[in-house]
Design a protein around this ligand. Structure first.
Ligand SMILES: Cc1ncc(COP(=O)(O)O)c(C=O)c1O
Length: 442
C-alpha cells in the first residue's frame, strides 16, 4: 500500500495507516519531542488565566453578568428563577410576542414547512415565506426593496462589510449600538465617532476625510437612552458630504412614525435621504430576525456580497410567517402605539411628580440613572423585591459611571402596572437614599 504523501518513513502501512497523521507516531514529531521534554513550550499568555482575571476584575466593580431563567410567560408577567415578576425591561413594545395570530402563524407554517430552512438563501434555503415578508416590509415602509437576515447584529455587520473597505470611513454617533461599532471594525474601514446626537460633529468628522467613501451610521432610537437621533440634520450633513446615511431603527420601527414606520418616516425622510435602514423583528415585532430595507441596487448588492447574509442558514420559514403576521398587526392596530405612548406619558408624569430623575426620552425606553454599578444593582434588587424585573445596565453597555435601570414599557402593560412601578421606584429611592435619583431642576 502506498504511504501517505509527506509521511515519514516509519509511518504505519496497511489498514491502520488512515488513522495516523503523517507525524503522530514518529519520534521526530513535534508531539513526541514535546513529551520527551526536549522542547520548551513557548511562553504564551494563558487564555484561561486571562479570562479568570478578567472575571475577577469585573467582580471587583460589580460588573459580573448573569443570566436569569424565564420558565413561564403570561403577558408581561414572567416566572424568573421560580418567582413571578412584571417584566419592565424587555423590548416587546407592542405586546406582539405572544399574540395568538403571530404564534398561530408560526405553528401553521412549521406544520407544513418544518422547523428549519435547511440552507442559506443563495443555495437552497430561500423560501416563499421569506420573500413574502420582504415584500410586506418594503410595502409597509414604502421602500423599493428589502432583505431578510438572521438578526439585527448580523444585518449591521452585513451593511458595513459589504459597503466599506480599508480606504473608507464610517462616521458614527458615540452612543451607537455595539453591533454598529463592531461592524465598522469588521469592515476594516476607519471609524470616526462624533458626540452624541451632534450632527455638526458628524460634519467635522466627514470634512477631515474628504477623499474617502463614507457611511454615516446612527441608531434611530438610542437603545440605552431612548432619545431619537437628529435624522433631518444628519441627512443634510450626509447630502452635502456625499455620504450614505444608514439608520439602525431597531427601537423605532413599529413604535414611531405614521403606521409605525419608524424614526425615518417620522422625520419625513425618503429613500434618497436614507438609502438603507434596519428593521429588527425581535423587538416591537415580537419575533426574531431583521430586515434591511431601502434602495433596490444597494439591497441587491448586499444580497450578493454581504458575508453575514451569504454564509449562514436562512431563518426558519415559520419564523418569517410569524413576522409577517406581526407586521400586519403592527401596521393596522394603531391602538397599540396610542396605548404605548399614553403609558409613556403616564409614567413620565408620575415619575416626575415623585421626584425621579428621568432622562429626556419620549419613547418606551425610559432609563433611570443610578451612577455606579453597585447602586444600579441595589435599585434592581429593591425593585425585584417589589415584584418588578428591571435589569441593571452597566458598562461597557453604557459609558463608565452611567449605570442605569433601563425601564421599558409595552402596550401590554396596564395603567396600574405603571403606577405600581413608579411607587416602587420612589420607595427604592427613599430606602437606598440614592442622591443620583433625585430630580435635577430642569
Ligand atoms: C440599536 C440596536 N441595533 C441592533 C441590535 C441587534 O438586533 P438583534 O437583537 O436583532 O440582533 C440591537 C439589539 O439589542 C439594538 O438595540
Amino acid at each position: 500500500m502506498p504511504r501517505t504523501p509527506g509521511a515519514c518513513s516509519s509511518a504505519p502501512r496497511g489498514a491502520w495507516a488512515w488513522r495516523s497523521t503523517a507525524w503522530s507516531h514518529c519520534r521526530r514529531s513535534p508531539w513526541a519531542r514535546w513529551r520527551s521534554g526536549r522542547v520548551m513550550a513557548p511562553d504564551r499568555p494563558d487564555l484561561r488565566e486571562r479570562a479568570r482575571q478578567a472575571r475577577e476584575a469585573r467582580d471587583a466593580v460589580h460588573g459580573r453578568r448573569r443570566r436569569r431563567v424565564v420558565t413561564r410567560r403570561d403577558g408581561m408577567r414572567c416566572e424568573v428563577d421560580g418567582r413571578w415578576l412584571l417584566n419592565v425591561c424587555g423590548n416587546d413594545y407592542l405586546g406582539l410576542s405572544q399574540h395568538f395570530a403571530v404564534s398561530g402563524a408560526l405553528q401553521d407554517a412549521a406544520a407544513t414547512d418544518g422547523v428549519g430552512s435547511g440552507g442559506s438563501h443563495l443555495v437552497s434555503g430561500h423560501h416563499a415565506r421569506h420573500a413574502a415578508l420582504e415584500r410586506e416590509i418594503a410595502d409597509w415602509l414604502q421602500l423599493p426593496a428589502a432583505l431578510l437576515l438572521g438578526s439585527g447584529f448580523a444585518a449591521n455587520l452585513a451593511v458595513l462589510q459589504a459597503l466599506l473597505g480599508d480606504e473608507d470611513v464610517c462616521v458614527q454617533d458615540r452612543l451607537n449600538h455595539a453591533s454598529l461599532i463592531d461592524a465598522a471594525r469588521l469592515a476594516g474601514c476607519r471609524l470616526r465617532r462624533y458626540p452624541h446626537a451632534d450632527a455638526q460633529g458628524a460634519l467635522r468628522q466627514l470634512r477631515s476625510l474628504p477623499g474617502s467613501a463614507a457611511v454615516v451610521a446612527t441608531d434611530g432610537v438610542f437603545s440605552m437612552d431612548g432619545d431619537v437621533a437628529p435624522l433631518r440634520e444628519l441627512a443634510v450633513v450626509a447630502r452635502v458630504q456625499h455620504a450614505l446615511l444608514y439608520v439602525d431603527d431597531a427601537h423605532g420601527i413599529g413604535v414611531l412614525g405614521p403606521d409605525g414606520r419608524g424614526s425615518v418616516a417620522e422625520a419625513r425622510l425618503d429613500v434618497g435621504a436614507v438609502p438603507l435602514q434596519l428593521v429588527t423583528l425581535g423587538k416591537a415585532l415580537g419575533g426574531y430576525g431583521a430586515v434591511l430595507a431601502g434602495d433596490a441596487d444597494l439591497v441587491a448588492h448586499l444580497a450578493e456580497t454581504a458575508r453575514p447574509y451569504l454564509y449562514t442558514t436562512a431563518l426558519p420559514p415559520a419564523q418569517a410567517a410569524a413576522s409577517l403576521a406581526a407586521v400586519r398587526l403592527a401596521r393596522l392596530e394603531h391602538w397599540r402605539r396610542e396605548r404605548l405612548m399614553a403609558l409613556v406619558q403616564r409614567f413620565r408624569t408620575r415619575a416626575r411628580a415623585a421626584g425621579l430623575d428621568l432622562m429626556p426620552s419620549e419613547t418606551p425606553i425610559q432609563p433611570l440613572r443610578c451612577g455606579d454599578n453597585a447602586n444600579a444593582l441595589a435599585w434592581s434588587a429593591a425593585l425585584e423585591a417589589a415584584g418588578f424585573w428591571v435589569a441593571a445596565i452597566r458598562p461597557p453597555t453604557v459609558p463608565e459611571g452611567q449605570a442605569r435601570l433601563r425601564i421599558t414599557l409595552s402596550a401590554a402593560h396596564a395603567d396600574a402596572d405603571v403606577d405600581a412601578l413608579v411607587d416602587a421606584l420612589a420607595r427604592a429611592r427613599d430606602t437606598l437614599g440614592a442622591e443620583s435619583a433625585v430630580a435635577t431642576p430642569a
